[in-house]
Write a protein that binds this ligand. Structure first.
Ligand code: GTP
Length: 391
């Protein structure tokens, strides 16, 4: 899955800067073999309007902010100053563009919309840095009505005071009409900063944003800050946390993972969207970026191996899952890998998601039947709570 490139910019024939450029994500980028067991569909916007599943999720305990249509297709808006790294983020996370190739990305000239069809449908809108969204020529409601999260990218290597002024103006502007918008600030390009300076910059930005908002009468604004870079796992980690806020079933998923790790003495469990490597849930024990990195690298290995040794699963084989005598999980990938004293366990859960566990020392390989059984139970529960990825 590495090495896929994608040019995210495209000029609009009528040259109207306000015209949005509906650009479908390129499904041809997926190698055929990778579609065998680990799939995600990137579809055209018109095709992405799939009717809701007839099986309603049973346990909705979260909420989807500002999704007035209630169609479960939240929108992620990428905004920020010119050259702050918005298109790079979208290309690296959703199109597997190698980070070094973002150097050649052209500047975005109009709103670029992409529809992602995966464990849930969502849209990513990449805004040109120079755009004034509150210009009367823009239909502000059309932009912000279905918003799931506003991701504001600030270049930490550059002078950032102007970016903060624009960010605060945007938050204050939106606050009256859309009080529940999650604002996610990516303090980006931190790879170029020393550890100390990085912390200083993040603290400074956080302080300035929150102080200015409270000076304007907006106390405890729902703004979160992340330090990110496309050159390491931090951008995936940040995106995972942003997306998790949009999953209504998150508390249930966490409770299921908690129960699984307790019963199998698992150290840490992640539920990953395989091709984007965003984790949509983890258990509630403390998370560190190190364990995310291990799991994420492991997915790369598994996908690479499946590209070489996988085979195309025909309809007959897929239907064999309905046959009592057939092995339902024949196509699931179950691997154990020795990693220092601990094991990593990966199991395909449905066509979008994989469960990856860092196994504790008291969960040796000879307990695998027990682990398999419990993961099977987890898989069944997940199918009820989150029916989306069922075959
Ligand atoms: N060092 C570093 N450079 C980055 C990072 N992310 C993006 N860049 C670089 O920043 C430059 C601008 O990136 P773009 O993605 O085009 O920025 P943009 O915000 O989409 O720019 P506009 O389209 O003009 O609004 C490119 O040269 C990227 O290689 C990062 O995490 N670290």
């Amino acid at each position: 899955m590495a090495g896929q490139s994608h040019s995210p910019t495209r000029s609009h024939p009528d040259g109207d800067p306000a015209a949005a450029d509906d650009q479908p994500a390129d499904s041809s980028m997926l190698k055929p073999a990778a579609q065998l067991t680990l799939m995600r569909y990137l579809q055209d916007l018109p095709d992405a309007d799939i009717p809701p599943s007839p099986v309603q999720p049973r346990y909705h305990t979260g909420r989807l902010p500002n999704n007035k249509a209630g169609d479960g297709k939240p929108r992620l808006l990428l905004m920020g100053q010119r050259r702050s790294g918005k298109s790079s983020i979208s290309s690296v996370v959703f199109h597997k563009l190698p980070p070094s190739e973002t150097l050649y990305l052209e500047t975005t000239t109009r709103i670029k919309k992409e529809s992602m069809h995966s464990f849930m449908d969502f849209q990513v809108w990449d805004f040109p840095g120079h755009l004034d969204y509150f210009d009367p020529a823009f239909d502000v409601d059309n932009i912000f009505d279905e918003i799931g999260a506003l991701i504001w990218v600030i270049d930490a290597q550059d002078e950032y005071l102007d970016a903060i002024v624009r960010l605060n103006a945007t938050i204050l502007n939106l606050h009256q009409t859309y009080p529940n918008i999650n604002v996610e600030v990516f303090v980006h390009k931190v790879d170029g900063l020393s550890d100390d300076f990085r912390n200083e910059v993040i603290q400074d930005i956080t302080q300035r944003v929150m102080d200015e908002l409270s000076d304007n009468g907006y106390e405890n604004a729902p703004v979160s800050f992340y330090s990110t870079s496309i050159y390491d796992h931090s951008i995936f980690d940040a995106f995972s946390k942003v997306i998790q806020k949009l999953i209504p079933q998150l508390p249930t998923l966490e409770a299921l993972l908690d129960s699984l790790i307790r019963n199998c003495h698992i150290e840490k469990a992640y539920l990953f969207d395989v091709l984007s490597k965003i984790y949509i849930a983890t258990d509630t024990s403390p998370t560190d970026i190190g364990s995310y990195e291990i799991c994420s690298d492991y997915i790369d290995v598994v996908v690479d191996v499946s590209e070489i040794y996988g085979w195309d699963r025909g309809d007959d084989e897929a239907q064999a899952g309905n046959n009592e005598n057939a092995i339902n999980d024949a196509e699931s990938l179950i691997t154990l890998e020795k990693k220092s004293n601990n094991y990593l366990y990966l199991r395909e859960i449905n066509k979008y998601l994989a469960l990856i566990c860092l196994m504790g020392d008291d969960s040796p390989a000879d307990k695998k039947p027990l682990i398999d059984y419990n993961v099977g139970v987890f898989q069944e529960a997940l199918a009820q709570v989150f029916p989306r990825g069922e075959k």
